[in-house]
Design a protein around this ligand. Structure first.
Ligand SMILES: CC(C)(COP(=O)(O)OP(=O)(O)OC[C@H]1O[C@@H](n2cnc3c(N)ncnc32)[C@H](O)[C@@H]1OP(=O)(O)O)[C@@H](O)C(=O)NCCC(=O)NCCS
Length: 344
């Protein structure tokens, strides 16, 4: 059997029309042992390719037994847990990292990111939006928007309140996985599909979109847009912004290297190398004209910010006297506050 890209056994929620709303995979695998897949081929009728196979509880029972017999104790234990559940069950197998073709496949890819099995931009996500239904995420789980009024009424008639936490295509990451060694002050600010590296602190104002994240450690009080990856030891100041590529016409994928500082209310529309700082309140877009200063503070050149993309040791400031955006060598790159990070 050829290598499989990813695989996971999950349970999820369907609407009344039997369409998936979401899938939870407690233990997804990247490049699973081919024997694990061989074992299940006959049991679930897997014939290769990318597939989301809906399983009966009996099939999961058999799966548990066969995995156990083949020595996959850990995997078998999840199957045992699932066999008791009344929820719809699915075994999703991705032979290749092709565009996702179903809701369970899309959810598996988001899980791979949040379980830190792949890095942002490390998995094909094109075509994902139509596969993710817009869902009411409530204290009773995912609810189809068409079924919501009835469920709200039902809850009230039983003297309860159905709390709708968000209406979105993406759930919050922490309802699916809390990766080790992180702090997230407001969990609603981190979507499933975020990659939150070990030692990352996300404060209340911080936000991490899907297919975006941090290597860790890092302090995130600003917004990490889809596609953006932030290197080790970097600090996104309060309400800072990284420009995304999903809307608004931007097409440069932004990243920050190690030990960068985006000051409070600052932003970047260009990728930064290591040890770069952008002054609080300054937004650098790719077309911003930037005066490059020499060691004496004299203007040596004027370039577009995009010409400085990816370079290390840069300090960007807006000259508060004449308004020009200026760039010089960053002589005092930041170090994260150790006290804030060592207890994650
Ligand atoms: C850009 C920044 C890093 C520069 O800080 P710094 O290296 O400590 O620089 P200083 O404030 O000591 O200033 C050095 C000199 O440059 C001058 N200067 C600083 N910013 C200037 C500006 N925008 N325009 C003109 N001169 C400026 C200072 O007046 C000072 O002049 P001096 O040598 O004559 O005394 C800092 O202003 C900044 O924006 N930090 C971000 C902090 C932040 O937002 N953290 C996140 C919290 S949530």
């Amino acid at each position: 059997m050829s290598t499989i890209f990813a695989m996971a056994l999950g349970c999820g929620t369907k609407n009344r029309d039997e369409h998936w709303l979401e899938v939870f995979y407690p233990d997804p695998y990247l490049k699973p042992d081919p024997k694990l897949v061989d074992v299940i081929r006959e049991e679930v009728g897997y014939e290769g390719g990318n597939a989301a196979l809906e399983l009966t509880h009996r099939q999961v029972q058999h799966l548990a037994r066969e995995w156990r017999d083949a020595g996959f104790e850990h995997e078998a234990s999840y199957a045992v847990a699932f066999q008791e559940s009344e929820q719809p069950l699915v075994l999703t197998i991705l032979e290749t990292d092709a565009e996702p073709a179903s809701t369970p496949e899309a959810y598996l890819k988001l899980h791979l990111l949040s379980h830190r099995l792949v890095k942002p931009n490390g998995v094909v996500l094109s075509g994902i939006f139509p596969l993710l239904p817009n869902v009411a995420w409530t204290n009773e789980g995912a609810i189809d928007l068409n079924e919501l009024p009835e469920r709200q009424l039902l809850a009230r008639l039983n003297g309860k309140l159905l709390e709708v936490n968000s209406v979105d295509k993406f759930p919050k990451m922490t309802d699916y996985v809390v990766p080790a060694g992180v702090r997230i002050a407001d969990t609603a600010r981190v979507r499933l599909g975020a990659y939150v590296g070990e030692g990352t602190t996300v404060m209340h104002e911080g936000f991490i979109n899907f297919n975006a994240g941090t290597e860790g450690p890092g302090m995130i009080e600003g917004r990490i847009s889809a596609g953006v990856f932030v290197g080790k030891g970097s600090d996104l100041g309060g309400s800072s912004s990284t420009m995304g590529t999903l809307s608004g016409g931007g097409n440069i994928v932004i990243s920050l290297g190690e030990n960068c500082l985006l000051g409070a209310n600052a932003g970047t529309g260009i990728p930064l190398g290591d040890r770069c700082t952008i002054e609080a309140g300054l937004y650098i877009t790719s077309g911003t004209k930037v005066e490059v200063l020499d060691e004496n503070g004299d203007v040596a050149d004027t370039v577009k910010a995009r010409d400085l993309a990816g370079q290390s040791d840069l300090l960007f400031r807006r000259n508060s006297v004449n308004g020009a955006v200026q760039c010089q060598t960053n002589k005092s790159a930041i170090a994260l506050n150790e006290e804030l990070h060592k207890h994650n």
